[in-house]
Design a protein around this ligand. Structure first.
Ligand code: SAM
Length: 279
């Protein structure tokens, strides 16, 4: 008999599988040593972002590309900020709202279906803008930056982190590695990486003062080994949710990304910037 799932069930299973593979927080880890627990390392990235954002109780924060709202809920409950999460995924919004209600945080964390490259919020309506691993999915990077800057209040702060590209990949190499790039696209979506220096320049050109631009390539490298260990440890549950092909594609993606990290193609960066206070 072929099993069939309602979309929500399916999403739960996929989300559950991603939790097993990537850990409690669905993003890269910043490791102090390679054998550190993945959850400790992913949480360190969140704490670094929070430190860069200089969060204080009562501030209004825009969570750009909010996924299912894990970061928003964490920031609202830990730092007592009011968060508004935006994503272009209707399932993301719906799931984020359900999880937030279940956590008793409705009213402190809200979620809306909006495109970050044309977000529609009034000018200067947020104290903080938080962009965690979502910019690589947005085609119009400059529109993201100008919109994020526009909605920030004078004196406000923006924190960003994402995968970055360290070198130009020649056309011939793109052709030779097309199977690798197709596998990554299948596992992680249609991503485009840009250099950390470009983000710094875009934020500066938009009128922000970049105070911190950290290259976290070496510190994030152990993430891939941790993902593979999770894929091995939770093999049956992941195959049940994603199928044999999905499991294999994830493991292969971790291998490919690790080789791109090691050969100096990709890496990871974090930026903290401020908007000058009104004179
Ligand atoms: C890799 S997930 C990161 C989720 C979240 N920041 C986290 O760390 O858990 C990327 C998110 O960006 C969202 N996204 C992609 N393009 C977007 C756009 N143009 N505007 C708003 N959100 C977008 C996706 O829907 C997804 O929620």
């Amino acid at each position: 008999m072929t099993e069939s799932y309602e979309p929500a069930d399916h999403y739960d299973r996929v989300t559950h599988a991603w939790g097993l593979l990537l850990g409690a927080e669905l993003h890269y880890g910043v490791f102090e040593s390679p054998d550190e627990e993945l959850d400790v390392a992913t949480h360190r990235l969140t704490e670094r972002m929070a430190a860069g954002g200089q969060l204080e109780p009562g501030l209004r924060l825009l969570d750009v590309g909010c996924g299912i709202g894990a970061q928003s809920r964490f920031l609202a409950s830990t730092y007592d900020v009011e968060t508004v999460g935006i994503t272009t995924s209707p399932v993301g919004v719906e799931t984020a709202r359900e999880l937030t209600e279940a956590a008793g945080l409705t009213g402190r964390s809200s979620f809306e279906l909006r495109d970050a490259t044309a977000n529609g919020f009034p000018d200067e309506s947020f104290d903080r803008v938080w962009i965690l691993e979502s910019s690589h999915l947005m085609r119009d990077r400059q529109a993201l930056v100008s919109e994020a800057t526009r909605v920030l209040k004078p004196g406000g702060r923006l924190v960003w982190c994402d995968i970055v590209r360290h070198r130009t990949i020649p056309f011939l190499e793109v052709r030779e590695r097309r199977e690798e790039f197709a596998t990554l696209r299948e596992a992680f979506g249609d991503a485009r990486m840009e250099p950390l220096a470009d983000y710094v320049q875009w934020f500066e050109s938009a009128g922000l003062t970049v105070e911190q631009a950290d290259d976290l390539t070496a510190a994030t490298l152990p993430t891939f080994e941790a993902w593979r260990a999770n894929a091995d440890q939770h093999r049956d549950a992941v195959v049940d949710a994603l199928g044999e092909h999905g499991h294999a594609a994830f493991v292969r993606s971790a291998d490919i990304l690790e080789s791109l990290w090691r050969d100096g193609t990709f890496g990871y960066g974090l930026i903290a910037a401020s908007k000058p206070a009104a004179s």
